[in-house]
Design a binder for this molecule. Structure first.
Ligand SMILES: CC(C)(COP(=O)(O)OP(=O)(O)OC[C@H]1O[C@@H](n2cnc3c(N)ncnc32)[C@H](O)[C@@H]1OP(=O)(O)O)[C@@H](O)C(=O)NCCC(=O)NCCS
Length: 187
């Protein structure tokens, strides 16, 4: 497969991102949330992945907040027809590298108990369960599992990230640039 492009999300990407989100989730955020995230939330960093097989269209995106010394993944979504091809890994990988580059201690997130696909993806990235938020989701009152990584600068986690980066680069043979994914800070 030709290599996808991983890049910081730009305001001009928002219409495409919303289309991906609508396809991926049953209830999406309104457009304004993304606009605010990109222009007014200095903690927020969002990435998009474009696929050559989709004529360069955005097929996946994700975002995280850099909160003092801990990063929090707020969303990851892949178009249903592009799943199980490594795009979820690509986005999570980019977000974790971004958190490491920003000197965050660790990364946390919440995920629906029933979301086996996402939980498996996060486990690949070394996230483990640390707690439960009861009835966290407003739509169906489902519990959220809180997951976290160990310290990003620990030798074991760095080795894991190196191994996963090598796997991704084998999967997408052309070079993917994981450095300098920090979006320009909003002014
Ligand atoms: C979760 C999601 C992002 C995974 O994206 P993806 O592109 O299919 O993931 P990848 O192809 O990179 O898969 C990575 C790993 O995740 C796990 N995984 C992905 N889909 C899975 C599924 N349906 N069942 C079990 N494991 C799954 C596997 O371990 C997989 O590794 P493998 O392909 O080597 O077996 C995607 O299913 C999605 O967008 N879901 C809806 C939105 C969502 O739930 N986001 C997460 C919110 S916290």
């Amino acid at each position: 497969m030709e290599s996808p492009v991983l890049a910081p999300m730009a305001p001009s990407d928002i219409p495409e991102v919303i289309a991906v989100e609508r396809a991926a989730y049953t209830s999406g955020w309104p457009t304004t949330a993304f606009e605010r995230e990109l222009t007014a939330n200095t903690m927020a960093r969002y990435l998009v992945a474009r696929s050559p097989a989709a004529q360069g269209a955005i097929v996946a995106f994700g975002g995280l907040w850099l909160m003092v010394d801990q990063a929090h993944i707020v969303t990851v979504a892949v178009r249903p027809e592009y799943r199980r091809l490594g795009f979820g890994r690509l986005i999570v990988h980019g977000l974790v590298e971004l958190a490491a580059e920003a000197a965050m201690d660790s990364v946390t997130l919440e995920v629906r108990v029933s979301n086996e696909a996402a939980r498996a993806l996060y486990r690949t990235y070394g996230f483990y369960d640390v707690g439960v938020r009861k009835r966290y989701y407003a739509d169906n009152h489902e519990d959220a599992i809180i997951m976290t990584t160990e310290r990003l600068d620990s030798p074991a986690y760095r080795r894991r990230l190196e191994r996963l980066r090598a796997e991704l680069l084998r999967r997408f043979p052309a070079r993917i640039e994981f450095r300098h994914l920090q979006s320009p800070s909003p002014t």
